[in-house]
Design a protein around this ligand. Structure first.
Ligand SMILES: Cc1cc2nc3c(=O)[nH]c(=O)nc-3n(C[C@H](O)[C@H](O)[C@H](O)COP(=O)(O)OP(=O)(O)OC[C@H]3O[C@@H](n4cnc5c(N)ncnc54)[C@H](O)[C@@H]3O)c2cc1C
Length: 485
C-alpha cells in the first residue's frame, strides 16, 4: 500500500488535477459535518477523473467519488482514503437532445433545457448537486426524475469507458445500478426532452423555486429529505392499514407522514434538529456532529419501526462509517437495557435466578465495570500506544463491582468510549495489539468481541426479565438451566 505522500506525488503528475492533503470534508458537505479526507483530488477533465481513480486503485487505498456533497453524511472520523470529484461541466445540444458532463450542476442542466424549450426538467429546479449524482440517485421532484430523460450514460467501469442505455442503468425510485456499482464513474449522459414553451417552463420553474426555498432555505445545512418516501404497495400490512388514502400520491406515501405521527417534529439532539414544519427534514443547527446526526436518524427509524413495523430507508449516503464494526450494537446496548428493565422493581433487579447465578443488578454492575476498566483501558491503549500488550481479563476483577448506579455508570463510560472512537480516524480499526494468549488482535476484532459481549449479557438480562415478569411464581431455575454467569 502506498503512503499518501507517494500517492500525492503520482497524482500530481496528472494534468487537470488539483490535490489537497488532509482536507476537512465538513467544508464540502451541505450538512457542514464530517472529519477529514486523507486526500482530495479535484479533476477538471474526464481524463484526469479516470486517471485519478486508476492511481488510487493502484496505490491500494480506498477511494470514493463525491459530487457537491448535498446528500452526504460524513462521519466525524472522516474518510481514510482518496476522495475524487469531477468538475467537467460542458452542456451541449438543442434542448430536445442534450449531452451533459457529470460534473455540471443539475440546475445548469435545467436552465439549459428551459432556455431551449426542453420540457420536464424544470420540475427539478432547485435540487442541488451535480448531474452525475442526480443520475446515481435518480434524483427527482414534482413527479419527474432523471430516469424520464436520460437515454444513455457514459461510465468508466474500472477498465473501460462504456455507453449504457437507460434500461441497463436500472433506474428505480431514488436508485440506479450505480448504487450497487459504487466502483463505476459516471462521466456524462445524453438526455431527451419533449418540447415546451420556454416562457411557460421558466414560469413553472420559478413557482417551484419559491416553494422549495420556503421549505429548504438556501442556507439551511441539511440534505433535503433524509428518508426515501414509501411505495404504498410495498408497505407492511400494519403501515398500509394506517395510511389515510388522501396522502397517497402517485402510489407513494411521504415518509414524513409516518414520522409526524410519532411526534418527531422539532426534536433536538446536540446541534441536530428535526424541522418543526417537516418531519423528514433534519438539519445542523450549529456545531452538530455526525454522531448526533446518526443518533437522530436511528431514533426516527426506531419510532417508525415500533409504531408501524416499517423500516425507513435513508436517501442520504453515508461516508466513513463502515470502518469500525460493532458500533451499532455498542451504541444501542444502553437503550436496549433500559427498555428491557423498564418497570422492574428493586426487588426484581436483585432477584437471583438460581444459587450462584447473577441477578440483573449484578449483570449491570459487571457491564459497567467492564466498560470503565477493561473496554476503556484497552481502547485508550489501542488509540495511543504502538502495539500495546494485553493479558487475559482477570475474572476476579469483575466480582464485587458496586451495584449502585450501575446503569448510569455504564451509560457514561460507554458514551466516553464511543466519543473516543468517533474522534479516531477510520484507519484506527486496523490498529493492532498483542494479546498474550491470542497473538495479534486488531481494534476491529476487539470491537466485534465487545459487541458480542454486550449481546450475551443482553440475552442474560432478557431471560431474567422474562422469568420475573411472565412467570411470577417461578422459583430458582432448575439445575439444567444453569449456565455460568
Ligand atoms: C435542500 C436540499 C433539497 C433536496 N431536494 C431533493 C429533491 O427534491 N429530490 C432529490 O432527488 N434529491 C434532493 N436532494 C438531495 C440531493 O440534492 C441529491 O441527491 C443530489 O443528486 C446530490 O448531488 P451531489 O452532487 O451533492 O452529490 P453528493 O451528495 O456529493 O453524492 C451523492 C452520491 O452520488 C455519488 N456520485 C456523485 N457523483 C458521481 C459520479 N460522477 N459517478 C459516480 N457516483 C457519483 C456519490 O458517490 C454519492 O454516493 C436535496 C438536497 C438538499 C440539500
Amino acid at each position: 500500500m502506498q503512503s499518501y505522500e507517494e500517492m500525492r506525488e503520482r497524482l500530481a503528475q496528472i494534468p487537470d488535477l488539483e490535490l489537497s492533503l488532509n482536507e476537512p470534508l465538513a467544508a464540502h458537505t451541505r450538512f457542514g459535518i464530517g472529519g477529514r479526507a486523507a486526500l482530495l483530488a479535484d479533476a477538471s477533465s474526464e481524463a484526469a477523473f479516470i486517471e485519478a481513480l486508476r492511481v488510487a486503485q493502484a496505490g491500494g487505498r480506498r477511494w470514493l467519488v463525491i459530487g457537491s456533497g448535498t446528500n452526504l453524511v460524513v462521519s466525524d472520523a472522516g474518510f481514510d482514503g482518496v476522495v475524487i470529484r469531477f468538475s467537467g461541466a460542458r452542456i451541449t445540444g438543442d434542448g430536445r437532445r442534450i449531452e451533459v458532463e457529470a460534473g455540471a450542476s443539475l440546475q445548469a442542466l435545467v436552465d439549459f433545457a428551459i432556455e431551449r424549450g426542453g420540457a420536464g426538467l424544470e420540475r427539478m429546479t432547485g435540487i442541488p448537486g451535480q448531474v452525475g449524482a442526480a443520475i446515481y440517485g435518480n434524483a427527482g421532484a414534482y413527479g419527474s426524475s432523471m430516469a424520464d430523460f436520460v437515454r444513455f450514460v457514459r461510465v468508466f467501469d474500472g477498465k473501460n469507458v462504456q455507453k449504457m442505455a437507460s434500461e441497463a442503468v436500472l433506474f428505480r425510485y431514488r436508485s440506479s445500478i450505480f448504487k450497487q456499482r459504487k466502483d463505476w464513474l459516471i462521466l456524462s449522459a445524453e438526455l431527451e426532452c419533449p418540447s415546451g414553451d420556454p416562457m411557460e417552463l421558466r414560469a413553472r420553474a420559478e413557482e417551484i423555486r419559491a416553494i422549495r426555498d420556503a421549505k429548504y432555505p438556501p442556507a439551511m445545512r441539511c440534505a433535503g429529505s433524509i428518508f426515501k418516501n414509501q411505495l404504498f404497495d410495498e408497505l407492511p400490512p400494519r403501515a398500509r392499514a394506517a395510511v389515510p388514502p388522501e396522502i397517497i400520491k402517485g402510489g407513494k406515501v411521504p415518509s414524513a407522514w409516518f414520522l409526524d405521527v410519532t411526534g418527531v417534529k422539532g426534536l433536538r439532539h446536540g446541534g441536530v434538529r428535526v424541522a418543526d414544519y417537516h418531519a423528514n427534514l433534519i438539519y445542523n443547527d450549529g456545531g452538530a456532529t455526525a454522531r448526533e446526526l446518526r443518533e437522530v436518524i436511528d431514533e426516527l427509524k426506531r419510532r417508525v419501526r415500533e409504531r408501524f413495523g416499517l423500516e425507513l430507508e435513508e436517501e442520504v449516503q453515508f461516508v466513513g462509517f463502515e470502518a469500525l464494526p460493532g458500533l451499532d450494537t455498542l451504541e444501542q446496548t444502553p437503550r436496549v437495557l433500559d427498555s428491557l428493565l423498564a418497570g422492574m422493581s428493586e426487588e426484581d433487579l436483585h432477584w437471583q435466578p438460581a444459587p450462584g447465578r447473577w441477578s440483573a443488578a449484578e449483570v449491570l454492575a459487571h457491564l459497567a465495570h467492564a466498560e470503565e476498566c477493561c473496554f476503556g483501558a484497552r481502547l485508550r491503549a489501542f488509540l495511543t500506544q504502538d502495539g500495546p500488550e494485553f493479558a487475559d481479563y482477570d475474572a476476579e476483577d469483575f466480582r464485587g463491582a458496586p451495584l449502585d448506579g450501575a446503569m448510569v455508570r455504564l451509560r457514561g463510560a460507554r458514551r466516553a468510549n464511543l466519543d473516543l472512537l468517533a474522534a479516531a480516524p477510520a484507519s484506527a480499526a486496523l490498529r493492532t495489539a498483542r494479546h498474550r494468549g491470542l497473538g495479534r488482535v486488531t481494534l476491529r476484532e476487539q470491537l466485534n468481541e465487545w459487541a458480542f459481549h454486550d449481546l450475551g449479557h443482553i440475552r442474560q438480562i432478557a431471560e431474567i426479565v422474562r422469568a420475573r415478569r411472565y412467570y411470577e411464581g417461578m422459583g430458582p431455575w432448575r439445575a439444567e438451566y444453569e449456565v455460568k454467569p
